[in-house]
Design a protein around this ligand. Sequence first.
Ligand code: ADP
Ligand code: TRP
Length: 330
Amino acid sequence: MRKTILTGIKPTGQVHLGNYIGAIKPALELAKAADYKAAYFVADYHGLTKINNPEEFRHLSYGIAATWLALGLDPNKVIFYRQSDVPEIFELNWILSCFTSKGLMNRAHAYKAIVDSNKRLDKDIDFGVNMGLFNYPILMAADILMFKTEVVPVGKDQVQHVEIARDIAESFNNSYGETFLLPEYKIQDDTAVLPGLDGRKMSKSYKNTIPLFEDPKKLQKLINKIKTDSLPPEAPKNPDISVLFMLYKEFATFVEVEKMKEQYIKGIGWGEAKKELFNVMNRFIEEPREKYNELMSSPEKIDKILKEGAEKARAISVPFLKEIKSKIGF
Ligand code: ADP
Ligand code: TRP
């Protein structure tokens, strides 16, 4: 039996290199493996916790979908849909919320981080928290449990959410018997967290990102902004602690990586290393960028693909929700 693998990305900003290396690239590789059947989606309702401008919301949602497609997701092999096109997920969201203790949500990292910051600033602890943000992990559990997901590929910051989904599943199963599968997370060990331009985690929230489909001129400029140390060009450099090398590895061929490693050890100027990085990155991005721009200029193509994906998703969610409701006694 092939295992079900599922992941989503919320449309809260332009897709950046961290998203690509930490989430999209590994997920696309797993989708090609014979032992998995994949379901990937645009987590638009999750995005609503942050984005309240309709134009921006629509544009960012299309952007996530176009990114997956431009990078090679094959909608004939992967169930690819928009979360909001599968309403059963929201019915399940309510059901699951009745099996989730409030204490569990109080302990969720994202919520706790806001509370801690409010305390530091002497504000009301729940300042700036909407209920969508507070309940975020329950909707994510519904996403995962609805499709009997076994493996969830995510970045490190999402691990707790997958653990919460397991807890909620167990709580439901304890009352009604085996219903939900307990999901496991899968993180990329070697590229767990990609730093951004300022050295902190690359994140939309910190405005320190390199967008994946940036045009060549801007891409070169952003690469030039990546922080390096002040070693002179001829000094030997350690590739294992260099962000430039970490990125180079993701886009260069095996032979190129080996050569670059030698150059680091012998001594390479940071300017030169940045130019080489730009070359391999731009070479890789060129084709998907064109495809991305093409899709973004004909959103009806994206809609069609997502609608077809939602039908496939609903062929699973409709009967499963029926089964769940009948167990409850509806
Ligand atoms: P952001 O922090 O920019 O808002 P998201 O929370 O939308 O990113 O993350 C989408 C996916 O990309 C998640 O699986 C997340 O773990 C991964 N991801 C985000 N930033 C990075 C990073 N800097 N390095 C590695 N993976 C990342
Ligand atoms: N919370 C995830 C993120 O911020 C997005 C997401 C929503 C997700 N539902 C999911 C990821 C289900 C994996 C599985 O990146």
